[in-house]
Write a protein that binds this ligand. Structure first.
Ligand code: SDX
Length: 436
């Protein structure tokens, strides 16, 4: 019977090695035994950007890129988006099961009663320039919470970790809304505990002089669905950052701030803001073919398209597209939707995109909805960071419970010079004589 092993012959020495195959992987450390002699360090695996490397074992999120499947704790994303609230899904991601009614009520009560920020944090935010980008403000302010809750450094106490997890989930919308209000020069609006998680977020963003904010239920539900879709996505760039920073036992506020910083990049969570800029640049449907040509010539990327894992349509993009229709019934259609639909139609027929398996990802349609609901493009990545903080924290908690947890410290292939002779200052060439 074929054994679950890999046999490797090192042609440099003629020696053969048999390595166990476990869960479709070979342990990279098993390669170290393959050496040419006593002073040989042994083989390493070279995998820039970890394109083919499993960094951990996780039971939080499952993705099948070829089939376009996404499941949180085994539940298909379509079922969760249809039947759950965001806080219900947050409970599922963190604790591994859907809450019953009393568990959900207790969870919602806990989160609702941690939405306030210490006043020093409000003063901290007032120090930003009037036009500071909300994402940079959010990253900095989350890190600053580390100074408000110094006990958070005790990351090896599960009860302490859970207390900080609740605080972060509760306070992300408050900080996000404050970064927006600061950016537009409006006074801050404090949380209203009578409202749901997303309605309260809308309240803190948009309440002006009315005594009580009344969220449009269709828009509030659309935001809740968007939060569900953005909550986790296994070992993406920002989650990898969360785990890496967390592996040094840094506190969760600094780890979440690091993950949010990774998310802000235009190739990751910043793509939704870039999609809106792209649609504005294209301007009209008839200019789409010319834009596609520029993409195919390699000058630019089609933002909101492509994915490291999905080589099929991102299941979240399908749900977002359906949610857009419900939103536009309330807000009126967004002209950029027509441009986006034309881009998608042409791209899905064009061999450049088909050959490279480039399909719309989660960021392609989300920005169009956010803009229709009333968000400025500068806030789009902040809207990604709020729900994704649940995924980062679920993965962080799982890492702390992992018996194989170690500080993340990859190796390298050294390409520089070795043991150079030191040159005293007086003997060094005159500046400019040698190109820097
Ligand atoms: C997110 O990982 C996650 O799970 C992330 C995320 C999450 O929930 O956390 O899903 C959220 O980040 C979604 C992705 C948002 N980013 C964008 O929409 C930016 C545009 N997309 C690309 O930059 C790109 O598709 C990436 C970054 C998403 C993935 O890049 P990869 O896996 O490194 O793929 P690649 O760059 O090696 O591309 C393979 C080929 C290349 O062409 P060739 O060199 O083979 O000729 O496809 C081309 C690329 O040039 N290509 C694109 C393209 N994406 C890849 N060409 C045009 N437009 C694009 N968008």
């Amino acid at each position: 019977m074929a054994s679950n092993t890999l046999t490797i012959t090192d042609n440099r020495t003629g020696r053969t090695y048999t390595l166990p195959i476990e869960d479709g992987t070979v342990r990279s450390l098993d390669m170290r035994q393959i050496r040419t002699g006593e002073d040989d360090f042994g083989l390493m695996m070279y995998d820039p950007a970890f394109v083919n490397t499993a960094s951990c074992r996780s039971s939080v999120t499952f993705i099948d890129g070829e089939r376009g499947i996404l499941e949180y704790r085994g539940y298909p994303i379509e079922v969760l988006a249809e039947n759950c609230t965001f806080l219900e899904v947050a409970y599922l991601l963190l604790f591994g099961k859907l809450p019953n009614k009393s568990e959900l009520n207790a969870w919602v009560y806990e989160i609702t009663h941690h939405t306030m920020l210490h006043e020093t944090t409000r003063k901290f935010m007032e120090g930003f320039r009037y036009d500071a980008h909300p994402m940079a403000m959010l990253v900095s302010t989350v890190a600053a919470l580390s100074t408000v809750y110094p006990e958070a450094k005790n990351v090896q106490d599960p009860a302490n970790r859970l207390r900080q997890i609740k605080r972060l989930i509760a306070k992300m919308p408050t900080m996000a809304a404050m970064s927006y209000r600061h950016n537009v020069g409006f006074p801050y609006v404090y949380p209203d505990n009578d409202l749901s998680y997303t309605e309260n977020f809308m309240n803190m963003l948009w309440r002006m002089v009315e005594p009580k904010y009344a969220a449009n239920p269709v828009l509030a539900r659309a935001l809740d669905v968007l939060f569900i879709l953005h909550a986790d996505h296994e070992q993406n760039c920002s989650t990898n950052t969360m785990r890496s920073v967390g592996s040094s036992l840094a506190d969760p506020y600094l780890a979440v701030a690091s993950a949010a910083a990774a998310l802000s990049g235009p190739l990751h969570g910043g793509a939704n803001e870039e999609v809106l800029k792209m649609l504005n640049e294209i301007g009209s449907k008839d200019k789409v073919p010319a834009y596609i040509r520029k993409v195919k010539e390699g000058h630019i990327k089609l933002m909101g398209f492509g994915h490291r894992v999905y080589k099929n349509y991102d299941p979240r993009a399908k749900i977002i597209k359906r949610t857009a229709e419900q939103v536009f019934q309330v807000t009126g259609s967004n002209p950029q939707l027509d441009i986006a639909l034309e881009l998608e139609r042409i791209a899905l027929e064009d061999e450049y995109f088909v050959d490279r398996k480039l399909y719309p990802n989660v960021d392609f349609y989300s920005g169009i909805i956010y803009q229709a609901v009333g968000f400025k493009p500068e806030l789009f990545t902040v809207l990604f960071a709020i729900p994704r903080s649940v995924g980062w924290l679920a993965q962080w908690e799982e890492m702390h419970r992992d018996p194989e947890r170690k500080i993340a410290r990859p190796r390298q292939i050294y390409t520089g010079e070795r043991t150079r002779t030191f040159i005293p200052m007086e003997e060094r060439a005159v500046a400019g004589a040698v190109s820097a």
